[in-house]
Write a protein that binds this ligand. Structure first.
Ligand code: ARG
Ligand code: ZN
Length: 874
């Protein structure tokens, strides 16, 4: 059933309190819910009471203590309706659920030896009958009872208030969460778990107990997560004046989890990928991921939990804002410029295509069939860009006042994106009325820029125009507010002082508010190179005609590191486009000398900023190049993209060979592994050198072997292993075998082992992936394994996935059908890979479509997968 924003109505009842009694037995769990409710006088006084509930076996329902007969309520697949309830009453329901057979990993489910929950967005209704909507909030009291040996640890939200010892080796623990919360923030964990403890003293002097729970064998892998948590707590106090509110903050790590992590009040549940780390088993990327996801979930305590969402259309209210906060945090902890570059790269690789495809939706969507399908790059990452633009338009101090006002107004409430914008507007005095369109209009605006220089008058005019593409269900859109940070450079690289509306400055914030507008600068006596959209100040596609010489100036001299990187990207993309033209016209391809020289200069000066150099010299993937072509309405031919990119990489590699060798030596770090920015960037540049060196046919494999031999941390091991996996079978077989033998016991490390093989560029990769599905450690029931093998192959290895014979697509379709019966949420992510089918050339296009049609044929397809497939084929 479709849900529409325009149909939103508040709940007709008020939920005063929620009591849960959860009794865990061998193969089932009995849940008794005690709901104290009152009819709202401002609501519909006739309205029946409807409670959500799915897959629940009813054991009994009592209204004010009286057991109801089955004819006194109506149960269907969605829940239960009571037609006759008094003004105020207590409803008790007792149901039985079966976590052992819950493979969807939503609601209460078994994860190894523990039981745990995932309720966002609508999983609570699989635990008990309830008004499972985020605008219904209540204080929770939870009692959990279980066998003491199997489940010595029993956790829920808030504070533990009571322990009971019971006959038959059973025990019970009671938890009380004083902060009223919606059901999606409920959590429960039961298991035999190890606990790492610490504490944090808040700015106002309260001690908070910190605890990270894991399976016993991973107890020694929590230190980095704990350090990250304390950093995040300190940062939120320093930057936003926000302190933690309960006496305990708990994190549980599980291997079976549909996504990254979940911010349940006081009891976060995490994919163990974002908790566990030590240098021998985790890469720099893993360490970074943990630091940022731990922070993200912690920041949700204010942006998400204390102030939550009124309905799921407002998801970006908490996700966009919290992503923005975690991005700012990482920028402060690590390298701000690298973080920005990586985020923009991922926005372009994931969100821009989404915005141009069949699932395009606005940051505040208007309709959904399955809410789980809207935890998207648009809601999260474009949502964060909207917050960033507000930050840019209001300025940091006003932004902070806006946040303060937002909490002052809405603490303890369920609100909307509009409420956030209004608080920002009221606190800053800025007029954001037009800006609100960003929440409502989907599609990535294209910003066209041309320049006019009147040398005689010393006057430069920038002509700006925006076009917003149509998206499914949205046509003829209105112009948006686009903040454009702008500076100018001389041909020799100085940032020049210009006159704009009577004000002299080196950087300007231009704000485009209409379809077209010109901006006039005076005092331009020499030719200048414009540096626009600095720091990526708006999520748009910038079209500006700069030539190689101008791009080389920005690449070498721009004072904004993001725009240095961006100039490099523009240079590569232009070159690639030219090569594609040549290839299609049957001309011989040539990479211009000045392009090579520009990148050579970056490498020669890499020691000035190794982290930035590594980003600039890391070339676009084939997937990124597909998006580039698709955005220009050029149908993608995967074979051609591969060939042209390889040609380009070879042309760039050859003249730089000795420089790369020198860089590799220069970046070797001595001593024990430490996760700190300086070492991370050196390793990144060293392993990038290895990538380039591995491309030389005669010496390449020798370099990889040598790097593998001297690798002493997982970052270096994985870099070498990945490159080795691209080579001939004999080369990598021994390395892979050794690796497997060493880490067979460690599920997270084995994910890397599967992934490396799924990403191999060798011709038989599809066959190898199929073979690996039979490996004893692989399981379709474990989302991390599915992502590591099938997800990595289908979305991280486009060259081998997009086979001309369609075998890759047929393989994916079968896996999606399998997941449809096991875990629709994960299945839906997998099928989305086919969303871009219309951007491909024949025969790829038809083969992808065929796979989608094959999936659609299945009867009783889950709403998750059906929604994506229907929209893709519409
Ligand atoms: N709120 C969680 C987070 O961003 C993610 C929940 C995702 N839920 C889902 N059904 N996909 O931190
Ligand atoms: Zn989140």
């Amino acid at each position: 059933e479709m849900h529409y924003l325009k149909d939103y109505r508040p709940f007709d009842f008020e939920l005063k309190s929620t009591g849960l009694d959860v009794s865990i037995h061998g193969t089932f769990v009995d849940v008794t819910a005690r709901l104290v409710m009152e009819r709202r006088q401002d609501g519909d006084v006739q309205a029946p009471l409807f409670l959500h509930g799915e897959d629940l076996e009813i054991l009994g329902i009592w209204l004010d203590g009286r057991l109801l007969a089955p004819r006194e309520f109506l149960q269907d697949g969605q829940g239960v309706t009571f037609f006759d309830v008094p003004v105020s009453f207590e409803l008790v329901t007792k149901v039985r659920i079966f976590p052992d057979t819950n493979t969807a990993l939503e609601g209460l489910y078994r994860a190894g030896s523990m039981l745990c929950t995932q309720c966002e967005a609508e999983g609570f209704r699989k635990i008990t009958f309830y008004p499972d909507r985020p605008d219904v909030m209540a204080p929770f009291h939870v009692r959990i009872e279980a066998d003491r040996s199997l489940f010595p640890v029993l956790l829920s939200n808030g504070n533990p208030v009571k322990n009971e010892t019971l006959p038959g080796n059973r025990h019970a623990v009671c938890w009380e969460d004083p902060f009223p919360k919606p059901s999606y923030l409920f959590a429960l964990v039961a298991g035999d778990l190890a606990c790492q403890k610490d504490f944090f003293r808040t700015a106002d002097g309260r001690d908070v107990q910190l605890a990270i729970y894991t399976e016993h064998e991973n107890a020694n892998q929590c230190e980095h997560a704990m350090v990250s948590l304390k950093k995040a707590m300190t940062w939120d106090e320093d930057v936003f004046g926000l302190s933690y509110d309960l006496d305990m903050y708990m994190i549980v790590a599980t291997n079976d989890f549909n996504m990254g992590a979940m911010e349940n009040k006081g009891l976060n549940i995490f994919n163990s990928k974002y908790v566990l780390a030590r240098p021998e088993t985790a890469t720099d990327g893993d360490f970074e991921g943990i630091e940022s996801v731990i922070a993200h979930e912690y920041f949700h305590n204010w942006t998400g939990n204390r102030v939550t969402v009124k309905n799921w259309f407002q998801l970006s209210l908490k996700e966009g804002l919290t992503v923005f906060r975690d991005q700012q945090f990482t920028a402060d902890m690590q390298s701000a410029s690298v973080k920005r570059i990586q985020d923009v790269r991922s926005l372009r690789a994931r969100q821009f295509p989404e915005d141009a495809g069949p699932m395009a939706h606005s940051v505040r969507p208007e309709a959904y069939l399955e809410m789980n399908n809207f935890y998207t790059a648009t809601v999260y990452d474009k949502g964060a860009e909207l917050i960033r633009m507000i930050h840019t338009l209001t300025g940091p101090e006003n932004f902070r006042s806006g946040m303060d006002l937002y909490f002052a107004r809405h603490d303890g409430k369920a609100v909307t994106c509009e409420d956030f914008v209004a608080a920002m507007e009221d606190a800053s005095g800025a007029d954001l009325s037009l800006f609100r369109l960003w929440y409502a209009q989907a599609g990535t605006p294209v910003l066209h820029v041309t320049t006019d220089w009147d040398e005689g008058k010393g006057r430069l005019t920038l002509h700006l125009r925006q076009d917003i593409p149509d998206t499914p269900g949205q046509k003829n859109k209105k112009p948006m507010v686009i903040p454009i940070r702008t500076a100018f450079f001389s041909r020799s690289g100085e940032q020049v002082l210009l006159d704009y509306r009577g004000k002299k400055d080196k950087e300007f914030l231009l704000v485009l508010r209409s379809k077209e507008e010109s901006f006039v600068f005076d005092g331009v006596s020499l030719p200048v190179v414009p540096s626009l959209l600095r720091g990526f100040s708006a999520p748009v596609r910038l079209r500006i005609p700069l030539n190689t010489e101008e791009l080389a100036v920005l690449l070498a001299w721009d004072s904004d590191p993001f725009n240095r990187w961006e100039a490099g990207r523009m240079l590569v993309e232009r070159t690639f486009r030219q090569l594609v033209e040549d290839h299609r016209a049957g001309r011989s391809m040539v990479v211009p000398e000045d392009v090579i020289a520009a990148f050579q200069a970056v490498l020669e000066n890499a020691d000035q900023d190794p982290a930035l150099a590594a980003e600039i010299l890391n070339m676009p993937s084939e997937g990124e190049l597909y998006h580039l072509l698709a955005a220009e309405k050029i149908a993608v031919n995967p074979l051609m993209v591969h060939e042209v990119r390889e040609f380009f990489l070879d042309a760039l590699a050859r003249p730089l060979k000795t420089l790369w060798e020198r860089t590799w030596y220069a970046c070797r770090t001595q001593g024990a592994y430490v996760f700190r920015a300086a070492d991370v960037s050196k390793r990144r540049l060293k392993n990038l050198s290895l990538f380039w060196l591995s491309r030389f046919p005669d010496t390449g494999f020798g370099w990889v072997e040598r790097a593998a031999e001297e690798a002493s941390c997982m970052t270096d091991r994985m870099a070498a292993l990945q490159l080795a996996a691209h080579f001939h079978e004999e080369g990598s077989r021994r390395m892979l075998l050794d690796f497997e033998r060493e880490f067979a016991q460690d599920a997270l490390v084995m994910d890397k082992w599967f992934q490396v093989q799924a990403l191999s560029r060798r011709e038989n990769t599809l066959a190898r992936v199929e073979e690996l599905m039979g490996h004893p450690l692989f399981s379709m029931k474990n989302p991390n394994k599915v992502r590591a093998l099938i997800g990595a192959f289908a979305s991280g290895n486009p060259f081998r996935f997009h086979r001309k014979d369609g075998a890759g697509y047929a393989f994916l379709a079968e896996r999606v059908l399998e997941l449809d019966g096991l875990n629709p949420q994960v299945g839906s992510r997998m099928v989305s890979i086919l969303n871009a089918w219309k951007t491909f050339e024949e025969p790829w296009r038809s083969e992808m479509k065929k796979a989608l049609m094959h999936i659609r044929k299945k009867e009783g397809l889950s709403s998750d997968i059906r929604e994506v497939v229907d929209r893709a084929l519409a």
